[in-house]
Design a protein around this ligand. Sequence first.
Ligand SMILES: [Mg+2]
Length: 304
Amino acid sequence: MNEFALIRKYFAPLAEAFPGSLNLSDDAAILDIPEGSQLVITKDAISEKVHFLPGTDPALIAKKLLRTNLSDLASMGATPLCYFLAVALPKPISEDFIARFAEGLAEDQKQFSIHLAGGDTITSATPVFSLTAHGLIPKGKALRRSGAKAGDGIYVTGTLGDAALGLLDAREGKKNALTERYHLPQPRVNQGVELRNVASSCIDISDGLLQDAGHVAKASNVAMDIHLEQLPLSQEAREKIAAQPELLPLIYSGGDDYELLFTLPEDATPPFPATLIGRVGKGEGVRLLEHGKEIPVQRLGYSH
Ligand SMILES: [Mg+2]
């Protein structure tokens, strides 16, 4: 099947509900932006062996790629609108792969109310996928990394470290709740929207809690104290760390959480369940404390 036939069969159906896509039949898409809104745009690229293991279900690869972009939209408080996709696969391009990849996208499009608006398919020695997601936000309302103030509380959604622990299990061929979290992040899109008029700063945790908290500290010109004993852990993560205590650092420096870290003024409470993990202070940098005592950290997070 040639490229045009593949696009018509597998990708055009993902675009048909979004008029701006022109059904992938023209040279580019046309986006209508509602009066008083801004476009929020983010891009991620992933490649085999670096971001996903060879043999991974193509539907999971597609979902994770879409969801990591949705997580970035969430961190800005944006509502998902549409996305553009580039697929690079070794020759001959496997129709089964494309079919399964498109199936994953179709499922997540429904779940997260987003549509394909355009893209490209090419051949390449290594599988690489890139996705650019567009979201909408009322003008001037985007959440930024730069607004945290001394005294603000630091909060996170969900639980931390599951994906990093899950990657270890996935490498051993295991399947459990942790590997599920590694393969399928849960972007906090609704929470991001709810934080719009509430949070003083926000970021999504993709490369490790401490490293991403460090980005907020730097952008906001503040210090952050994070309390180890307050970090939210799933039951599965707790059990794994109880058995292998040396894995504890993955909770605060492992990647792929895709939870939101946000700050709120001292007297505010989060508009949804979230965990208070620390406090913004004057100065710079991130400190990890255990029962009030700073503990040394070998590695802040994942660096690309
Ligand atoms: Mg991000």
